[in-house]
Design a protein around this ligand. Structure first.
Ligand SMILES: [Zn+2]
Length: 247
């Protein structure tokens, strides 16, 4: 009897959770269904900084282990990519889910559905650029308290060791960043793409390369940017930017 009561309580509680989650995501999920794009392959034209996207596809707002960082950005249509990029990134998240069960990742701005200028980004114009949130750690555990900042996430500041300046116990998980980039390249190659360029703040490269997967990243020869203007450099501490390209 008690067991049944307990099961009843658990199921009531869980249904509550599901209803809340469904409500939380109902607007973005509806928007995704309307705007995700057709089954035709995408085409990227021009360059990362002066280009367009034909048959662009929208990334889902959320998946088992990832969430897009801003509803405002999402509903403005800024989470679109080339079809091969979408396939590669979703496959990367599936790999990460197996390697790091329970770990949630943050996806940030991509491109407009038809590409073109995506203010204030200099690139992100042809569906081949994506920003990924830096995964964070505190006392060796995943830290998510800064993940709900929305567009202000881009304004978070980390010191040159990758520690959050307002709380230095919070720091970037560089080993996971490097592994994430390696997986993106691995999955991209299955779809005729590769990681052409990684942009992170120059002062953080030492920390990235010092890790186990950072050493593999360096050995694989994936290009991590070597010089940036101060303005571009300073904003690439809370996220890393990836440019994909064909093989
Ligand atoms: Zn970017």
């Amino acid at each position: 009897m008690e067991k049944f009561l307990m099961l009843g309580l658990i199921s009531a509680f869980c249904c509550g959770c599901n209803a809340q989650t469904e409500k939380k995501y109902s607007t973005v999920d509806t928007y995704y269904e309307k705007n995700k794009g057709d089954s035709l392959p995408s085409q990227s034209t021009g360059t990362y900084s002066k280009g367009a996207l034909i048959n662009g596809k929208m990334m889902p707002f959320h998946g088992d282990n990832f969430t897009y960082f801003s509803e405002t950005s999402y509903l403005s249509g800024r989470a679109c990519v080339h079809s091969k990029v979408k396939t590669s990134v979703l496959a990367t998240y599936s790999k990460l889910a197996k390697l790091h069960p329970g770990r949630i990742f943050g996806l940030m701005e991509c491109s407009n559905k038809k590409g073109g200028k995506l203010w204030p980004h200099h690139t992100h114009q042809n569906g081949l650029s994506i920003d990924f949130m830096m995964p964070l750690l505190q006392n060796g555990k995943a830290y998510y308290e800064l993940d709900d900042k929305g567009p202000d996430h881009y304004l978070l500041t980390f010191n040159d060791k990758g520690q959050y300046i307002k709380d230095t116990t919070v720091s970037i998980d560089f080993n996971l960043v490097a592994q994430h980039i390696l997986l993106l390249d691995e999955q991209a190659r299955k779809n005729g793409l590769h990681v052409k360029k990684v942009i992170i703040k120059i002062e953080l490269k030492d920390e990235l390369y010092a890790t186990t997967f950072g050493k593999k990243l360096k050995a694989k020869g994936i290009y991590v940017v070597q010089a940036l203007t101060p303005q571009i450099n300073n904003i690439h501490d809370d996220h890393f930017h990836i440019d994909f390209d064909g093989l």
